[in-house]
Ligand binder design. Structure first.
Ligand code: DPM
Length: 359
């Protein structure tokens, strides 16, 4: 953040927001910028577009590249050098352990977290269940492929890469794919709701950790910016995502392992279902656990932590959300992971990783 003085001597702060250049990233960044502008009309916002390694390597399946911070590294470097003050990401693209010096200062209200089926126009009216034998479904997500292969054994799965625009074009302009699977949230943000022909329920396909939520990454020590963005936090989303991220972190899964979750917060009960899969989905472990939150919905919460004494939980700083509830959420996630680990989750994931690397 920098302060500039205009001719009349009025001091105005300039906040720079870094973003990837894809249309989805721009839309996501613009939505956060609009919220900040509304909350802090005196602040000048500048949006700075950047190309990341992930954007350049468009022909390799994401799960094969191996670099966890593929879409975030260049943006974090800019943050570190004070070239930008905050960066907007899809939470699911942020590793559960951030590099030192960074933190997630805000997690916004979650969009629909489920996956969606987008059909080739010639298949209008079909569902995954009714598509003919050996129809080809495009996805590069091991998580989606594993669950859907098991559930719909009559379908074939093939990698598809590129940003959302590229994928829809690959689907529509050729005959290579009968349908593709994408996050409903991304499609909605792009204004492509009308292309969603089916939302996948948890029985068909559970979602990725953090899916559907936007996150604001900042310098961990930049208390001014932390304080400023903290009002964007959506409490229920934060607690669900802390549980989900703690689950993934304890499993030691990156963004490219077949791990899926489903969470709910109802009447101060936080429910988390977590699962791990072999690549073809034939082997899997799935369990649900719950935790009671003390403050949510009771109005009893107090804010004890000050922003300058911030505690991070799975990379998230949320000083204004009741700390003990965040701790319960984190324990729920790691506890669920421990349970699955005791039943062999690490072995399932190790085999999945090996087979994927050998692909
Ligand atoms: C991660 C995965 C994918 C993205 C893996 C997964 C999908 C990769 C692919 C971690 N990040 O979900 O199992 O299909 O090749 C991504 C999307 C969004 C954020 C697009 C999508 C938009 C939704 C959101 C890519 N990252 O998943 O369709 O903001 O949560």
């Amino acid at each position: 953040m920098s302060a500039t003085e205009d001719v009349s001597g009025k001091v105005s702060r300039v906040i720079r927001i870094g973003t990837r250049k894809s249309q989805l990233a721009r839309i996501q960044t613009d939505s956060i910028a609009a919220k900040l502008k509304e909350l802090y009309p005196e602040v000048t916002l500048e949006i700075i577009g950047m190309t990341t390694t992930g954007d350049k390597i468009l022909d390799t399946a994401l799960s094969k590249i191996g670099e966890k911070s593929l879409f975030t590294k260049e943006l974090e470097t800019a943050l570190e050098k004070n070239e930008v003050d905050l960066v907007v990401h899809s939470l699911k693209d942020l590793p559960t352990t951030l590099p030192p010096g960074f933190t997630i200062g805000a997690i916004l209200k979650r969009e629909n977290p489920h996956d969606a089926v987008v059909l080739h126009p010639q298949n209008a009216g079909q569902t995954l269940a009714t598509l003919p034998q050996n129809s080809v479904i495009g996805t590069s997500s091991l998580r989606r492929a594993a669950q859907l292969k098991k559930r719909f054994p009559h379908l074939d799965f093939k990698d598809i890469r590129g940003n959302l625009n590229t994928r829809l074009k690959k689907l529509d302009d050729k005959e290579d794919y009968s349908a593709i699977i994408l996050a409903a949230a991304g499609l909605k943000r792009m204004g492509w709701d009308s292309r969603i022909s089916q939302i996948l329920e948890p029985e068909d396909c559970m979602y990725a950790v953090g899916q559907g939520a936007l996150a604001v990454e900042v310098r961990a020590r930049d208390t001014d910016i932390l304080e400023m963005v903290s009002v964007l936090h959506h409490k229920d989303t934060v607690l669900r995502c802390i549980a989900e991220r703690a689950f993934l972190r304890t499993l030691e899964g990156g963004c490219s392992v077949p791990v899926a979750v489903h969470s709910e917060l109802k009447d101060s009960q936080l429910y988390l279902t977590g699962a791990v899969f072999s690549l073809d989905g034939s082997d899997s472990l799935k369990e649900t656990m719950q935790a009671t939150l003390s403050a949510v919905n009771t109005g009893a919460e107090r804010v004890e932590e000050r922003v300058d004494e911030q505690v991070q939980r799975v990379g998230v700083t949320a000083a204004k959300i009741w700390g003990p509830d965040q701790d319960s959420a984190e324990r729920l996630g790691s506890g669920l992971a421990e349970l699955l680990i005791s039943r062999g989750a690490r072995e399932i994931l190790a085999v999945a990783r090996q087979l994927n690397d050998a692909r």
